[in-house]
Design a protein around this ligand. Structure first.
Ligand SMILES: [Zn+2]
Length: 456
């Protein structure tokens, strides 16, 4: 029997196994679920072994464990690929908003409903089942495969960087595929090529020792709130371009092909505005809204504090004013360099009569961009085109996925997202579900991917 026949024959069992897996409340954020995260790790290691993977092991970190396994008998002339996913889940609260309990998964309308069904238990089970089918059908795999599944993605993978650094040999691979990823729609595949980075900071402007009487001191000394407003205004032009010197220096410009690929994706401005309720789009001139969302850096104020915040008037001249700022960064900007540029901008534009300091806040991520023509990305795109019958959209995401940059930093390999969840599946929300036809399609896609990589 070929792998496709095996997948068809065993599909009902696979769905039952996914139900078993989703039943484990492996909520990484809650201390009371630490044993459940461990139980999920044990489940994954046992499932890998049953699939025919070797050396399946639950490995400790400073927090939740990691599961690794491999199958390395394809030959030295074949590439080694690393497959990533996570077995921890988001908290399920508020429980009363679930139609059926989050950890009592149920199949309805061709979907499996339960916390983690889509993010990422269904997703990470797909490549395990694909490997099982190929091993069952032919006794071998077309490429060498390593598995790397973590239990702390939903809390930002705090212990992953030291783990990956220490386990570089065990994780060494020519290509990395993440089984934690989204398709554009059930009919339309996508390749996510870029993620934004992040730098967080706070700008603090100080004036007098304490808040002052605005009648006694107003006109005599500078107002830190006004000075802060001037500083913030100096960072952006009225039409939305960031005016911090050097801010755009390291940005990888969109090529003509990049812009054509983005323009090909349907975009409805009214729909886009309806998402937020904003009445107009705004941003850096010279770029479409989607280009700005996906491929241009931002500088935004996230919080402002100064002076009297209560009801009515209090005639103070505040002693201090603060702004929390984050910048979403794109390749090849560095959070540290952008922080330095903003600090230099503040020093150079400091209004008279106040002092200012810029402080780093926790929260940093490097931007991520798969290079054009990347081998793993090209293979993934070809497989998606085959299984969906449509060429994938080339997309980017405004958020960050820390593990992608950790893997790039430590292993020197750009991970390619090859996952089969969808953005409408209530990820991180009540009534999470996973489409079972995407579960099945993903298994074929992984088998085809391994075949294609083995034949290359
Ligand atoms: Zn996920």
């Amino acid at each position: 029997m070929d792998w496709n026949g095996y997948l068809d024959r065993e599909q009902a069992r696979f769905v039952d196994e996914l139900i078993d897996f989703v039943r484990i409340p492996s909520v990484s954020a809650k201390p009371e679920n630490i044993p459940d995260v461990r139980r999920a790790a044990d489940w994954v290691a046992a499932r890998l072994t049953r699939a025919g993977a070797e050396h399946a092991e639950v490995l400790p970190t400073a927090g939740h464990p990691v599961v690794c396994a491999d199958w390395l008998h394809a030959g030295a002339d074949k590439p080694t690929i690393l497959i990533y996913g996570h077995f921890d889940v988001q908290p399920a609260e508020p429980l009363e908003l679930w139609r059926t309990p989050p950890f009592a998964p149920e199949v309805r309308d061709g979907c499996l409903w339960g916390r983690g069904a889509s993010d990422d238990k269904g997703g990470m089970l797909i490549p395990i089942l694909a490997v099982e089918a190929m091993l069952a059908a032919t006794g071998r795999l077309p490429v060498n495969v390593r598995f790397f599944f973590e239990g702390q993605e939903e809390i930002g993978s705090p212990d992953l960087p030291p783990f990956v650094a220490a386990q570089r040999e065990r994780l060494k691979a020519d290509m990395i595929f993440s089984a934690d990823g989204l398709q554009w729609s059930p009919e339309q595949p996508q390749i996510v090529e870029g993620l934004k980075g992040l730098v967080s900071l706070e700008l603090v402007v100080n004036g007098p020792r304490g808040d002052q009487h605005s009648g006694m001191q107003g006109g005599g000394i500078a107002n830190p709130a006004m000075a802060l407003a001037q500083l913030l205004a100096s960072m952006k032009s009225a039409d939305g371009k960031i005016t911090v010197a050097g801010f755009y220096d390291d940005v990888v410009d969109l090529t003509v092909e990049d812009r054509a690929a983005i323009a090909r994706i349907p975009y409805d401005e009214a729909d886009y505005l309806a998402e937020s309720g904003a009445h107009a789009t705004f941003g850096e001139p010279g770029y479409s809204t989607r280009e700005r969302l996906w491929a241009r850096p931002t500088l935004d104020v996230n919080g402002l504090t100064s002076g009297w915040q209560g009801a009515g008037t209090k005639t103070v001249l505040p002693a201090e004013a603060r702004a929390k700022i984050t910048c979403r960064l794109v390749a090849n900007q560095s959070p540290e360099r952008i922080f330095d540029l903003i600090a230099a901008h503040v020093a150079a534009h400091l209004p008279q009569g106040v002092t200012a300091r810029v402080e780093r806040l926790p929260g940093r991520a490097d931007p991520f961009l798969v290079p054009a023509g990347h081998n793993a990305s090209a293979a993934a795109a070809q497989v998606l085109a085959e299984v969906y019958g449509r060429a994938p959209y080339r997309t980017r995401v405004g958020g960050s996925i820390p593990v992608m940059t950790t893997l790039l930093g430590e292993l020197g390999v750009h991970a390619v997202m090859f996952g089969f969840s969808h953005g409408d599946e209530n990820l991180h929300a009540p009534d999470e579900f996973f489409r079972l036809d995407a579960f099945r399609l993903g298994q074929s896609a992984y088998c085809r991917l391994l075949e294609r990589l083995g034949a290359a």
